[in-house]
Design a protein around this ligand. Structure first.
Ligand code: ADA
Length: 558
């Protein structure tokens, strides 16, 4: 199964899983209901009979294997309980992050693999709640079963940095030893024409060993948006001179810094011209096929955009691979949108939030396109309790990756009360003049800048992380009525031109790239039960605004 745009193992073998699984829904007493065949990856909503199904279901299949295997789920929406031969072997919450299960010493033969999935807003769920996007159901991202031996490479993390005009990288790797013996290994890592190694390392029995060192890469070519130079990073684990495992990833030599009000890519100021993108595509739901992802990247590039914000959760890694390849900067954020203090006080909120951050960074840290880690979109950032949540989450991010700036998109209503601006490297606000209110844009921006400067944000980059207006595709009229395509053009023109002309601002991320489905609890303000602020509709049909934004973005070629 292709979980990336390139082969990420040669030595480690994959046990092919037929993409068609048996499937049945469960009623509230967890008794079998309707049976179907279901595609993995996919959303069950793609089956018209389950278009609005909220609840539990079971995916199952017989698989022949044995020994030690890693079962890797790139995304299950949104709560998963995994069983092997009816015995529980794993659990995961959150649709948007990868989890893997280690199945050891399995007797060779045919086994029953079952995944019970729940997309309801059950009482254990703190982050998947009724919201202005849809929590789909299913094994929505790829599943991989990998054969491993007694030792395997858990991860290889690559952090590039520049010193005295040369490229270096800090490389950290975790290696697992599943055996009873102490083993001596060497980890060899080839990046382009250079090879570095961790030689003669001792792996204690039944333990994970962390290796870390910095290396110089004198011949590395810098990754830029114009020339997004990527290198394969091929890590091989040797035991008694035999390669026993490998991981292949892709990296780029670039660094992101914040300097005063500027965001610097390789030391050069970059003005963000971006779009917010939900993972949602007509009948595919959040399980967007690679062909459709590629179409999105082409349309985003043709806009003249240089950034995508993964509103409001970590994205499918294949989309991040496309951003890496195309020089599109990514603001990736952990899963949260618009949670109240009551919701942030949910008993599972902190663990589910921190788990999501850990898994997001653990699995995505090598992507050169990611330039900022975001959290807690429009949550409670103006109370002492809310601040403690933001602070705890930023603390975890910085402990996992100190190489990237952090931010969060604050609510327009928090202008005047936000108490978390000192916690971020980049100050970001979502504002909606000409949509939710009719304050002239220049007054909105002046009001925002006055507040941010009064809160010590004067010497930090200031991003407008959301701004936009709604339009129903095909609804046309020249009477300046809201929801028409013409009004959306007018609003976006009034909104983004002053932002891109403002020396005090670091750019704009438009809300949003494409229309997306919303939960039924949001139907009242969302015609067709969709968030219609897309520049294109859910089928990627271009609204007039797509062409207007393209004209404006291309006219600002900074
Ligand atoms: C907020 C929120 C977005 C979306 C937007 C809107 O800024 O961050 O997810 O809900 O408002 O369309 O109103």
């Amino acid at each position: 199964m292709n979980t990336r745009l390139f082969q990420n193992h040669i030595v480690r073998k994959e046990i092919p899983l037929n993409p068609i699984w048996d499937f049945h829904t469960l009623n509230s007493e967890e008794r079998k209901q309707e049976e179907f065949k279901m595609l993995v990856p996919g959303c069950w909503e793609s089956n018209p009979k389950l278009a609005s199904y909220k609840g539990k279901a079971v995916y199952s299949k017989k698989v022949s294997f044995g020994g030690n295997v890693r079962l890797v789920f790139k995304g299950v929406s949104h709560t998963a309980h995994v069983y092997l031969d009816k015995k529980p072997v794993g659990y995961h919450y959150n649709a948007y992050t990868e989890f893997s299960l280690l199945l050891q010493d399995i007797p060779y033969g045919e086994h029953l693999l079952e995944v019970k999935v729940d997309n309801s807003f059950h009482e254990e769920s703190a982050l998947h709640v009724s919201n202005d996007y849809y929590s789909y159901g299913g094994i929505t991202r790829p599943v991989v079963m990998e054969e491993i031996g007694d030792m395997f490479i858990k991860n290889v993390h690559f952090i590039p940095y520049r010193k005295n005009g040369k490229w270096y990288a800090s490389i950290r790797s975790s290696v697992r030893n599943l055996s009873n013996e102490q083993n001596n290994i060497t980890l060899k890592i080839k990046i382009g024409d250079e090879e570095v190694s961790f030689s003669d390392k001792v792996l204690s029995p039944h333990a994970e060993t962390n290796l870390e060192n910095s290396f110089e890469f004198p011949s590395a070519t810098t990754y830029t948006l114009e020339n997004p130079k990527l290198y394969m990073m091929d890590a091989k684990l040797l035991h008694n001179d035999k390669v026993v495992d490998d991981i292949i990833d892709r990296v780029g030599f670039r660094d992101i810094k914040v300097d005063g009000k500027d965001i610097l890519l390789n030391g050069e100021k970059v003005i963000i011209k971006g779009v917010n993108r939900h993972e949602d595509y007509a009948e595919f739901g959040c399980a967007i096929p690679i062909e459709a992802m590629y179409r999105d990247i082409e349309m985003i590039k043709s806009l003249g955009a240089n950034c995508v914000r993964t509103s409001h959760y970590p994205n499918d890694e294949r989309f991040l691979d496309l951003c890496d390849e195309n020089g599109i900067l990514v603001w990736e954020e952990s899963h949260a949108r618009g949670l109240s203090e009551k919701q942030m006080r949910h008993k599972n909120f902190e663990k589910q939030s921190l788990d999501c951050i850990q898994e997001m960074i653990e699995n995505h840290i090598n992507h050169p396109s990611i330039y900022v880690w975001g959290i807690l979109n429009e949550c409670v950032s103006n109370t002492e309790f809310g601040r403690s949540c933001y602070a705890r989450q930023f603390e975890l991010i910085k402990s996992l990756d100190s190489s990237r700036p952090v931010s969060f998109a604050s609510l327009e209503a928090h202008i005047g009360s936000d108490s978390c601006l000192d916690l971020v490297d980049i100050v970001s606000f979502n504002i909606y003049p000409f949509w939710y209110h009719d304050t002239p844009v220049k007054d909105s921006l002046a009001n925002l800048k006055n507040f941010v400067n009064s809160m010590g944000g004067a010497d930090k980059p200031l991003l407008i992380s959301e701004i936009g207006a709604g339009a129903i595709y095909g609804h046309r009229s020249n009477n300046q009525e809201k929801w028409t395509e013409e009004y959306q053009v007018y609003a976006l023109t009034e909104q983004i031109t002053p932002i891109l002309s403002d020396e005090d601002l670091s750019g704009v991320i438009i809300w949003q790239y494409a229309d997306c489905r919303v939960d039924k609890g949001w139907f009242h303000g969302r015609p067709k039960s969709q968030n219609n602020k897309g520049l294109v509709d859910i089928y990627r049909r271009e609204k007039l605004a797509y062409h207007k934004v393209k004209e404006i973005f291309h006219s600002f070629q900074k």
